[in-house]
Design a protein around this ligand. Structure first.
Ligand SMILES: Cc1ncc(COP(=O)(O)O)c(C=O)c1O
Length: 441
């Protein structure tokens, strides 16, 4: 049930050449119907009127299309494709990916729980994390997850003692700290001698000799996640080559490797001209590199989900500043901390005049008490208070990183498809935010 469009169902590109560059950053079903932005056949102003703002709108068609696209790209290499839940742990989104046959990469007992709620079989989930809690490990062992990706020697020792007495050996993948020359923001670099993730070379030797003697753990694979927003496929071919070299070392310990995992991190465009790494191109550059007996594993997050989501905000105030207009909306760093964390750039589109979206001198700022709470810079926003603004490519690492800073409740989420909208996450309430406070009751 929910707001519907006017019935015309042409896509943005078909209806409006002016909007063509936005196609790279908007959901597949986006449409400019009579000057109003629609997604999944639903009018954004109608959705905002029913569910309030800020509102996150996910397009089911784009989620499914991306999942199918990635699966098809890697089908000939029989790769294991998992969605990295950290990018978006919204259960309804996870359910779509489960229905599309993907596995799930989790990093906590909480994400495992979300995966179970979405119907994932434990065998199709694996657990990552550089500082997993005992609770995380215990839950993974209890459910007999597909694999636990061991990050460090302390974890390996803990896991060995926690798995004593089990009837089956827990499957383990070792995460390596490889240097593969990934060029990205320092906070998005997750591989290399100096990063916090994975085992260095000497640590790997120790891990292998422990696993060679272990009666409770079984090594099944090696993993390296180079980083995120990587647009150069050579980073992944280098990572895979290093993993395959390491297989020789593994064999010297009497162990074998069934799987080589190169993580996710494929670049997606946040603004129309950003570089991207197409799954087909990545798959093509990896083809033929793996020996038959070793399976490839990939675990993209943002590439599957970023473009499917759009954040919708309402304009609260507009100020004139020497450098341009300053447009303040009712959300910001609480629902999207990425600009503050990584200096991430975004586009912004006036919902009731999408064709006006362009580069300009306006700044879109949030409602939070930080000067750095900027959602988009260098945009053109001919809007007045009360108007709506859509921020595209909002599907990844926004809701999953959202906070309740300033005690502003986290937004609601709707899933749209073929003119129907379904509320899948309700807006948080003030009572809920204060519910853990024991004083003043
Ligand atoms: C181990 C691992 N796998 C997959 C991902 C997903 O990355 P992305 O969402 O950039 O594809 C990450 C992101 O940090 C990661 O650390």
């Amino acid at each position: 049930m929910g707001p519907t469009g006017t019935g015309r169902s042409k896509t943005l590109t078909e209806t409006d050449e002016e909007l063509h560059p936005l196609r790279r950053i908007l959901p597949d079903s986006s449409d400019n119907q009579d000057g109003v932005l629609h997604i999944g056949g639903c009018s954004l102003p109608e959705l905002a009127a029913v569910y309030g703002t800020p509102l996150y709108v996910y397009d089911e068609e784009t989620l499914r299309a991306q999942a199918r696209r990635v699966s098809a790209a890697f089908a000939s290499s029989s790769a294991r494709v998992s969605f990295a839940a950290k990018a978006c742990a919204t259960v309804a989104v996870l359910r779509v990916f489960r229905e599309e046959g993907l596995g799930l990469d989790t990093v906590s007992a909480g994400e495992i729980e979300a995966g179970l709620r979405a119907g994932f079989a434990p065998a199709h989930m694996h657990l990552h994390g550089n500082a997993k809690s005992d609770e995380d490990l215990a839950r993974a062992l209890e459910l007999d997850l597909g694999a636990i990706v061991v990050d460090n020697l302390d974890e390996l020792r803990r896991l060995e003692s926690m798995s004593l007495g089990r009837s089956t050996r827990a499957r383990v993948i070792l995460r390596l700290a490889l240097s593969v020359g990934a060029k990205t923001h320092a906070y998005l670099l997750t591989s290399g001698a100096d990063t916090k993730f994975g085992l260095g070379h000497d640590e790997l030797q120790t891990a292998l000799s422990r696993l060679g003697k272990s009666s409770t753990l079984r090594l099944i694979g090696l993993h390296a996640h180079p980083g995120s927003q990587i647009s150069d496929a050579r980073v992944y071919t280098a990572a895979l080559a290093s993993l395959l070299e390491t297989v020789e070392l593994v064999k010297t310990h009497g162990l074998g490797v069934e799987e080589a995992g190169i993580g996710g991190g494929w670049a997606v465009p946040y603004v129309p001209n950003d570089p991207a790494l197409a799954p087909e191109d990545l798959a093509a550059s990896l083809r033929g590199l793996l020996p038959n007996r070793i399976r490839l594993a990939v675990e993209p997050g943002r590439a599957l989900v970023a473009r499917a989501g759009v954040a919708v905000y309402r304009v609260v105030s507009v100020k004139q500043r020497p450098a341009g207009r300053l447009v303040a909306v009712d959300g910001g760093m609480g629902d999207n901390p990425r600009p503050v964390f990584y200096g991430a750039g975004y586009s912004a589109i006036p919902v009731n005049d999408p064709a006006a979206a362009a580069k300009g001198s306006d700044r879109l700022v949030g409602r939070y008490c930080e000067e750095g709470d900027v959602l988009a810079e260098g945009v053109h926003l001919p809007v007045v208070p009360g108007d709506l603004i859509a921020v595209p490519t909002a599907g990844a690492y926004q809701l999953s990183m959202a906070s309740a800073y300033n005690l502003v409740p986290q937004p609601a989420v709707v899933l749209v498809s073929r003119g129907r909208a379904r509320l899948v996450t309700r807006r948080a309430s003030h009572g809920e935010l204060l519910s853990r406070e024991l004083d003043g009751l």
